[in-house]
Design a protein around this ligand. Structure first.
Ligand code: CAA
Length: 248
């Protein structure tokens, strides 16, 4: 566990899957946590569950694909919790389909959340980090942005794009105490992965050397380290955690 006492973290899409585990892990490390949601019912239920576990997570309605909504979100979080020190760009969706069947709508939906969202939410807060001389930006990408995946031209392009953003921004802010890194999870037991048909999922697991899906908590532990003081020499990097699948 890291010591994040006094830090404020914004985790996008933190009310389910990997994002929820990241919120809880950073909260355990002492950070004040904010996250955003699109589905209010699900978000409020999750917030109540986190409260029962002893964590106060601030939740806000905001769609990361909406530039103005992201500015409003950042203003509100900073007003309520204080300046944002740690940003985890986790919000993301899939709309899988073979390229010949890939509609413009599917392409646009994935790009606007996974890639435009990265710009929209980072833009209003990065200058605050550089002015204060400390910040951690962690972008949750995917093994499929590294190796490609049949049926995911949209998702793989967006996730590979995330790491390009990481490497470019990391160079711009390195001298100002701000690090920017990518985490590329493999197949994790989230709703997103469970939505893949069982037959295809089992064939994917057969190609993972550790022979299982990963857990959201395993990814959260890596994010917790990257958010810490001790991770200050890591920047512009892409951290893989995929059960050895990248070797296949
Ligand atoms: N290589 C080449 N072609 C293949 C193939 C392969 N391995 N497997 C199938 N095909 C071909 C078939 O021969 C068929 O070709 P024809 O049309 O010429 O006959 C075609 O692909 C099948 O196309 P369909 O459109 O009929 O396939 P579908 O609609 O039934 O399924 C799919 C397409 C939804 C993309 C399905 O393949 C799928 O779910 N794949 C898994 C995608 C995946 O891994 N998604 C990850 C989601 S989780 C996530 O993304 C989290 C993360 O970060 C890891």
């Amino acid at each position: 566990m890291s010591n994040l006492k006094g830090k404020v973290a914004l985790v996008t899409g933190g009310t389910g899957g990997i994002g929820a585990a990241i919120c809880l892990k950073l909260a355990e490390s002492g950070a004040k946590i904010a996250t955003n949601y699109r589905n209010e019912e699900k978000a409020k239920a999750w917030q109540a569950e986190a409260k029962k576990a002893g964590h106060d997570i601030a939740v806000y309605q905001a769609d990361v694909s909406d530039f103005d909504a992201c500015q409003t979100l950042v203003d509100q979080v900073e007003k309520d919790l204080g300046p944002i020190d740690i940003l985890v760009n986790n919000a993301g969706i899939t709309k899988d389909g073979m390229f010949k069947k890939m509609s413009k709508d599917k392409w646009d939906a994935v790009m606007s959340i996974n890639l435009d969202g990265l710009f929209n939410i980072t833009k209003p807060l990065v200058e605050g980090m550089t002015d204060r001389g400390w910040g951690r930006i962690i972008n949750i990408s995917s093994i499929n942005g590294q190796k490609g995946q049949l049926g995911q031209t949209n998702y793989a392009a967006s996730k590979a794009g995330m790491h390009g953003f990481t490497m470019a921004l990391a160079q711009e802010v390195a001298r100002k105490g701000v690090t920017v890194n990518t985490v590329s999870p493999g197949y994790i037991s989230t709703e997103m992965v469970m939505a893949v048909s069982e037959e295809i999922r089992n064939s994917i697991i057969a190609n993972i050397p550790v022979n299982r899906l990963g857990t959201s908590e395993e990814i959260a532990a890596l994010v917790d380290f990257l958010a810490s003081e001790e991770a200050g020499f890591a920047t512009g990097a892409d951290f893989s955690m995929n059960g050895g699948q990248h070797m296949m």
